[in-house]
Design a protein around this ligand. Sequence first.
Ligand SMILES: NC(=O)c1ccc[n+]([C@@H]2O[C@H](COP(=O)([O-])OP(=O)(O)OC[C@H]3O[C@@H](n4cnc5c(N)ncnc54)[C@H](O)[C@@H]3O)[C@@H](O)[C@H]2O)c1
Length: 328
Amino acid sequence: MRLLIAGIGLIGRRHLEHALSMPQIDVVGVVDPQLRQEHVPHYSSIEAVTVEADAILIATPSHLHADHAEAAAARGWHMLIEKPVAHSLDAADRIIAAAETAGVQTLVGHHRRHHSAVAALKAILAEGIIGTPVLASMIWAMKKPDPYFDVAWRAGPDGSPVLINLVHEVDLLRYLFGDVISVSGTGSNAQRNAARVESGAAVLGFEGGMAASIAFADTSASPFGFEAGTGENPNIGATGEDYLRICGTKGAVSFPSLTVWSGAQDWSQAPKRARHDWAANVPLISQLEHLADVCSGKAPPKISAVEARKTLETTLAIEAAVGVTCLA
Ligand SMILES: NC(=O)c1ccc[n+]([C@@H]2O[C@H](COP(=O)([O-])OP(=O)(O)OC[C@H]3O[C@@H](n4cnc5c(N)ncnc54)[C@H](O)[C@@H]3O)[C@@H](O)[C@H]2O)c1
């Protein structure tokens, strides 16, 4: 796969490092008006690219995704777009329309769908060990350092953890349980008193009656969160603690330890505990391998722009629900 990478910032740099280490990928150029990368052809804009490519990885700021996806589609490149697919539903629709018109594939960077622990959890649910899921309870509570908010765009409402962090949690829950049909929530900015939500809770209703709660905070030095639990992100301290519990008609499972409880007929019996293993992988690498398969027609995208738009829609609904209580 001849790959371009646009946006060599925080996440683009990690993608570039992985792509350069993969024999099946030829990084034919990087696109960024700010940064020059040694040993790789550099272009200051997508329009300036002169090299042939099969795909582009768009890791530019979210509000530019639609512009860049339209430009990429016009060049006939398949694309991996970082999450969130776009900053608004209208922008997501522009991406979907451009890709359809050009006949190119879109894959969106919800990389947890490529995490081996998530695959193992999905397999446990599919095997029916805990029966039909009826509820899930999640805590994502991390303390962001103060300088994180010194960047201009993060100082205001766009620095809310909902579209930055909870979008991952929403996509994970959608991946496990399907489409969301209702959203409610409450939020607060009591610690930092900034013009954005910093903590709160959301309740999601799913088709089929399943409900999930997400309690969140970027002001808490707790050990609970996907990144802390799995050790997935080199920039976030690993704790190994569970942050998600799923309860079903025949038992329950907590994640990421994959501790499964089953065997009780009703509340007169204590369910038995068992541990399931998962072998660590690097999801960003698995995602690039999948992109190569998508480009060569070997696999449909695990999450296309159409599917990621649904995750965005739910996340924006959470932002509206939790924001109303503290930003009115
Ligand atoms: N999957 C994840 O876990 C994850 C993590 C972080 C960020 N992201 C997403 O990745 C995207 C980028 O986030 P970031 O934190 O890396 O941002 P960043 O600000 O660190 O980097 C963005 C880069 O894009 C470049 N850029 C700006 N305009 C450009 C243009 N017109 N053409 C090409 N490059 C341009 C900037 O110069 C910068 O180098 C966002 O959509 C974000 O939500 C995803």
